[in-house]
Design a protein around this ligand. Structure first.
Ligand code: NAP
Length: 562
């Protein structure tokens, strides 16, 4: 049982989601005195929160699970190629129970502030329940998409029916049969929820401001025999994920877009459209990410697919994006999404033409008319990447606020450390490799790297680590440069920091949020830093700068703070 009166830990991990669970597993293996704090009522992070109907992986389930334990890999049976939220939450609970990790976790524990105490190389944390905790290190496992952003609509509090953001979909069943339901937003979440509930509600009205490109998920069950085969190939599967840019099994088609004929291109696209998961995006020609003409030709191919699936061509045209090409925003995968609009009980309202003016007691008012609803679902996205950091009062050296430093966008060293914020680790931070790739694969890399850094410090007796400003600037420049070739740099998407519901994040200012160089390049660079005795990081011991080579080392086992 967790001791609630204990006030100091060597490491405090904030967040008990996919990253926090793995981080505490490694710390527990080392015997480090550590705890995990999470504001939610239980573990699971994104899979604890997002309980909306249709929530599931777009990653192949067996590439999403942890790779660290052969025993776990052999025991767990993924039931579907793209597993759904309840199953994913069960998986994370199974992992926590199997490795007895719950005893390190504290729930309903919202961290409000984290201030660095320079004299003692300690973080002071303020918890919403009134407690104050200290730790040598803070590990931020706070999630990339964990701060939901409802729209800023007039009158939202007036609505007498049931309304919620998808992130807060109620845990108890929501009665939808016969109900008039509105969904606002057509990102990855909206597309999943709309397709899932269309035939379960009385009437569904979708309020779409900008359509997204989307393609079939092509999900299917995983039989015992399939699972046995997957188990026998896990080493190969993870090795493939490690060498592909996105950390998936999908490898790009390395033929040049213009080296093959139009017929060959279409033949590939026909195959990919019927293939599972992100194949359509990530097994495609590389030029679709960088070349306007190639991207436009492929986008037109997908537009035709939409026209073939939607009966009313006026509706089909509304569902085809005009302001961006396929794949320059995160591609939502769908299951019979477009066919939903062939149903008599589903209506599409294009709010780029008739914007929502306000929420009324009984529904929504657009510039055109009033609509009555029983339920309004806000599928309006997240204050991505830096949102969870901004919600905590994080103060580093000299009382500098992280929120202020990142006002125009984050600046980090390797996406895992920040100058001026010593002993502050972000295994899947802004500008790290996990944000733009198969998330858990990136997380394992980040958590492993951060844990090795901690071991290095314990081994050498260092009490403080902080990246040099120049090293951080170099990383920030490199991250920015990785955007320069990509069409996505122009997109209104969370990859570029766009969110119309967050002041200052409206379109117009690019924030360099993710690392676009791909998994192998990212891993190569962070490993090189580690191999060069953490070049770019200044280590200190008891407030005295120590040259890296000067310190004596002895068995780490004796030095772990337990
Ligand atoms: P999102 O992609 O940011 O989409 C939000 C949607 O809401 C957009 O269509 C947006 O329109 C609309 N919207 C926002 N504010 C609005 C307003 N005030 N009025 C009208 N419409 C408004 O958010 P998301 O769908 O939650 O997805 C976020 C990310 O979560 C995804 O990209 C993905 O990485 C992750 N995700 C993953 C999965 C999965 O793995 N299967 C599932 C769901 C989500 P505009 O574009 O016009 O702003």
């Amino acid at each position: 049982m967790i001791d609630n009166t204990k006030s100091h830990y060597e490491v405090i991990v904030i967040g008990a989601g996919v990253a926090g669970i793995y981080q505490i597993k490694l710390l527990a293996d080392l015997g480090v005195d550590a705890t995990v704090l999470d504001a939610a009522g239980d573990l699971g992070g994104t899979w604890y929160r997002n309980r909306y109907p249709g929530a599931r992986f777009d990653s192949e389930s067996y590439t999403y699970g942890y790779s660290f334990s052969k025993e776990l890999l052999n025991e767990w049976h993924w039931k579907e190629r793209f597993s759904s939220q309840p199953e994913n939450l069960r998986y994370l609970n199974t992992v926590a129970d199997k490795f007895d990790l719950r005893k390190y976790m504290q729930f309903n524990c919202k961290v409000e502030a984290a201030h660095f105490d320079e004299a003692n190389d300690l973080w002071h944390l303020k918890i919403a329940d009134g407690r104050e905790l200290t730790s040598r290190f803070v590990v931020m496992a706070v999630g990339l998409l964990s701060i939901p952003t409802p729209p800023r609509l007039k009158g939202m509090e007036k609505f007498k029916g049931h309304s919620f953001h998808t992130f807060y979909w109620p845990q108890e069943p929501v009665e939808m049969a016969g109900k008039k339901v509105a969904v606002i937003g057509t990102g990855a979440t909206g597309i999943q929820v709309i397709a899932e509930i269309a035939d379960k509600v009385g009437d569904l009205t979708v309020f779409q401001r900008r359509p997204n490109w989307s393609a079939p998920l092509n999900n299917g069950p995983i039989s015992d025999a399939d699972m046995a085969d997957i188990r026998s190939r896990y080493d190969e599967i993870f090795a493939t994920c490690a060498r592909t840019p996105g950390g998936f099994e999908h490898e790009p088609d390395r033929r040049g877009f213009y080296e093959v004929t139009r017929e060959e291109r279409v033949a590939l696209w026909d195959r990919l459209y019927d293939s599972p998961g992100f194949a359509i995006w990530l097994r495609n020609f590389r030029e679709i990410f960088t070349d306007e003409k190639a991207n436009a030709e492929f986008s037109e191919y997908i537009a035709d697919r939409i026209r073939r699936r939607v009966k009313d061509q006026a509706v089909a045209e509304k569902l085809i994006p005009r302001d961006h090409g396929f794949g320059v925003q995160r591609v939502p995968m769908e299951t019979r999404y477009f066919e939903v609009y062939n149903r008599d009980n589903v209506h599409l309202v294009d709010i780029s033409e008739t914007p929502i003016v306000e929420v009324t007691e009984t529904g929504l008012r657009t510039t055109e008319r009033d609509y009555d609803f029983d339920i309004i679902v806000y599928a309006t996205g997240f204050d991505a990447i830096t949102g969870a950091f901004d919600r905590i009062d994080i103060q580093g050296v000299g009382g500098a606020k992280l929120r202020d430093n990142w006002n125009d966008g984050p600046s980090t060293f390797l996406g895992m450390l920040v100058h001026g914020f010593p002993n502050f680790l972000m295994p899947s931070g802004p500008q790290s490799g996990s944000a733009s790739t198969n998330y858990p694969r990136g997380i394992e890399t980040g958590v492993n790297w951060c844990t090795k850094l901690l071991e290095y410090m314990w081994e050498h007796g260092y009490t403080r680590a902080e990246p040099r400003l120049e090293a951080q600037q170099q990383w920030a420049d490199h991250v920015k440069q990785m955007y320069s070739a990509m069409l996505m740099r122009k997109a209104k998407s969370w990859f570029t920091g766009y969110n119309s519901n967050v002041p200052g994040h409206e379109h117009g200012k690019i924030r360099y949020f993710v690392y676009n160089g791909g998994t192998p390049k990212y891993v190569g660079q962070i490993n090189e830093v580690a191999a060069n005795r953490y070049e770019g990081i200044v280590f200190t011991s008891g407030s005295t700068p120590v040259h890296r080579q000067d310190r004596e080392t002895s068995s780490i086992a004796e030095k772990i703070p337990r």
